[in-house]
Design a protein around this ligand. Structure first.
Ligand code: FES
Length: 100
């Protein structure tokens, strides 16, 4: 297995053994995951996408974390994901919503 350069962890509101029911799922996280996967393929990035359980930032959903850069993004949508991918493709580090 080749380690990815970028691992996108997108909250899809999974909670132990139950169907998705949190904010991120209700705000379309599943569609965003699909969009992200398609963009990664189209752009030829060495990246992977995983959907996660609640990332404990529900009021700002949909929420995504990017590793190994440890960047946290809130209120993501397709436009924001596109801008993040543009920055990564150009070799830059996108500005996240936590800082520090
Ligand atoms: S449901 Fe996504 S951060 Fe809680």
């Amino acid at each position: 297995m080749q380690k990815p350069d970028f691992h996108f962890l997108v909250c899809n509101s999974f909670r132990g053994g139950e169907a998705t029911q949190g904010v991120c799922s209700r705000k379309g996280a599943l569609d965003l995951i699909q969009y992200l996967q398609n963009e990664i393929i189209d752009r030829g990035l060495n990246a992977m996408v995983s959907s996660t359980g609640c990332l404990q930032w529900c009021e700002k959903g949909p929420v995504m974390v990017l590793y190994p850069q440890n960047l946290w993004f809130a209120g993501i949508d397709e436009a924001r994901l596109g801008a993040i991918l543009d920055t990564l493709e150009a070799g830059g580090i996108p500005k996240d919503d936590v800082g520090g």
